[in-house]
Design a protein around this ligand. Sequence first.
Ligand SMILES: [Zn+2]
Length: 469
Amino acid sequence: MSGSLKNLIFSSFRFGSLFCLLSAVVVTGQVAHAADAEITDIRVGKQGLSTRIVIDVDRSIDASVFALAGPARLVIDLPEVGWRLPARPLPTKIGVLSRLRYGLFKPGNSRIVIDLNQPSMVHQALALPATSNKPNRLVIDLARTSGTRFLQAVAADPVIIKSIPGQIRSAEVPRPPSNSTITTPQGQKVVVAKPTKPSVEPAASPVRKRPVVAPPGKSTPKLASLRVPTKPASLVASKKRTIVIDPGHGGVDPGAIGVSGIYEKHITLAAARDLKEHLERTGRFKVYLTRDRDVFIRLRGRIEIARERKADLFLSVHADTIRNRKIRGLSVYTLSEKASDKEAGELADRENKSDLIAGIDLSHESEEVTNILIDLAQRETMNQSARLASLLVDELKSRVKVLRNPHRFAGFAVLKAPDVPSVLIEMGFLSNRDDERALRSKSHRRKVAHSIAAAVDAYFQKIESASRP
Ligand SMILES: [Zn+2]
């Protein structure tokens, strides 16, 4: 993480109250259902050699904890909860914790992801019931360990924390293969309990045995099954075109953090909703969002939504940050194996880290997510994406500030649908005060939406006129 991002995070807390105000203006969507538990604080402290994480919650809930390698992370999976944390900085750089983030991972499953600065494992995990002056708490103690033991912990089942209201009960410690006792990093012998069978408590526990991960996507479809993106001959003028808009990031992945502390995930959702409204009002488009709430979606999950909806276009909307706070302006990206410039390449690397940020184990997957190899079927789609991108730039540059060379190329994983023309729009820089202010304002987002809608119209008009005899 760059120093500038650290500064951004820091400044976001200096402007904490302002941030609350602003995030209320840009729809947040992170509202707990009445029935959901609420997390009211997350504290981290050093306790001798171990790092203690305490999560306050307004009622008793279960949790499961597991470790991930490459990079070393600890994931705490919770049932879907609301977040009502105090307005102060999240803990950073305490003991083995370097940073943490939290949010909805998928419906029914909220998550806290902790970046570890060294291999560490859980040596105690407890659910403590409320007392007269303390709320229910989940307590997780971490201690540094060897690389080998860390990998054993990664391979082991998640540690299940079962809360029993009114009782204190120790959780299991990570279970190394075929051992009934383990030695903690402090040298204590600990008896390892057998993992609880889900059948023992049917329906009572929302906690899964394995890390809760969205099902892996289908492999790249065979050439024969691909729809050719535009079949001019089959066009019917009155047919509504389908557009899938993809608000970047969400849930446990906040995206970039703006100068005032606003999260990219909130800006992208607000912009996507504005754009949807604009496109639908023309009566010519059917519009779907990949997400309409503050939830995490995997990169390939976003592509799958576009393919399932048989989208004619896929528009991913984002807002970037950059070290130089003076830089501002919108830019449009299309897929390419080679980045058009260094900045575009770095941007794609950042955007492609989303799954990792959300605490997904990518170690068993092919490099499909990050490795951008383009097959033949994608070539025509890429040409169409580039055509749309240049129409977008033409429309947008007369109405909003655009970056120098506003159409750029790089290996964005989210633009890899082989049969759906796809572009990614970075609407501006949240690291620039003027851009950030503009993106928070509905009138500016409407202006952007208006231009995008005009470009989308021009794109389909060209296709249709080319198809006429
Ligand atoms: Zn982004």
